[in-house]
Write a protein that binds this ligand. Sequence first.
Ligand code: PLP
Length: 385
Amino acid sequence: MKKELFQIEKTVLDLEQSHLKRVLRGTNSPSGVEIEFQGRKILNFSSNDYLGLANEPFLNECAIQAIEQWGTGSGAARLICGNLKIHEQLEEGTADFKGTEAALAFSSGFAVPIGVIPALVGKGDTVILDKLSHACLIDGAKLSGATIRVFPHQNLDYLEKLLKESSGKKLIVTESVFSMDGDLAPLSKIVALKEKYGAWLMVDEAHATGVLGGRGAGLIESLALSSQVEIQMGTYSKAIGSSGGYVAGSRKLIDLLINRARSFLFSTANSPATSAVSLKAIQWIQSEAGKKRRDLLSANIRLLSQKLNQISKDQTFLDQQSPIFPWIVGDEIKAVALSQRILERGILAVAIRYPTVARKKARLRISLSAKHRVSQIDQLIQAIL
Ligand SMILES: *Cc1c(COP(=O)(O)O)cnc(C)c1O
């Protein structure tokens, strides 16, 4: 009778009937702008591999060398005996990249706020989140036991109201480039507010790292706010092309997290190969060659903005600075149908729908890579017309 109790079949059926059931679809090739998807060669506009580093020959080579030097696994958590030199080098490289005293690597980006937020706040404190914050930020806040308050997306008046009302330690949490909307948080204004009300600020740069800023470190670098954001976080899994997550901040913060962030403490250290690749990629992104690759991405962002502006009736992409373009359809069924129609034309831009985004805000999430060619962007436009 257990099955009845948990209502598994019914839950899945309900999802199916409301067009919200997801299934895993197979990809039989490495990450890239052209991949084999469900047995067909298609053009990929759904990846977060913004710089095309997830299958880059010099990084593949770096992984192979790291395996030869360190083996495939780390063997234990960092505090037991899994703390390899390569982990410390990665953290020094990350702190340097982010302009902070120190950094700490986690097994994934998701694991970062799950460990960090509960290490900093608890019952009696307040976590204040932008409404569109990523699931891991919300879950980290929930896990902390602090009071959770949410402000409508980028509504700073509302944020200020919440700051006035809230008690205990106050932690503001936001993304810098929003993962499903591609827009930028008004970080300078948020910094001013958090200073005014004595709050701390945690910024998730998952989609800004490797994309924005003079050295490619993100929006915080671009706005020169590094010394004013207490907690910077992000992932090595998107533009950096590897895997794992990080937090960057003061030495004292990192010392505390080494002792208190449970998703760090009780999880095996990242594999040496991914750590070596993350470090190499961060260094490369800041180099001349990396700058050139980032310029290619910027050129693609400008091109797609222009083209979408031409074909769109009610959406504008004039201000577009990130490689994430939300092509809002609204209705879930229509969004899925559009995604299916362009897939038949060999183009992958996945429909994103509830619960990843609000109901009736379903969209194609189009994401660009530095490696997309002009002709491929034209193909995308032809397909969605
Ligand atoms: C992808 C993502 C994460 C999680 O990073 P992973 O390394 O994939 O676990 C965290 N925050 C945001 C905003 C993301 O988009």
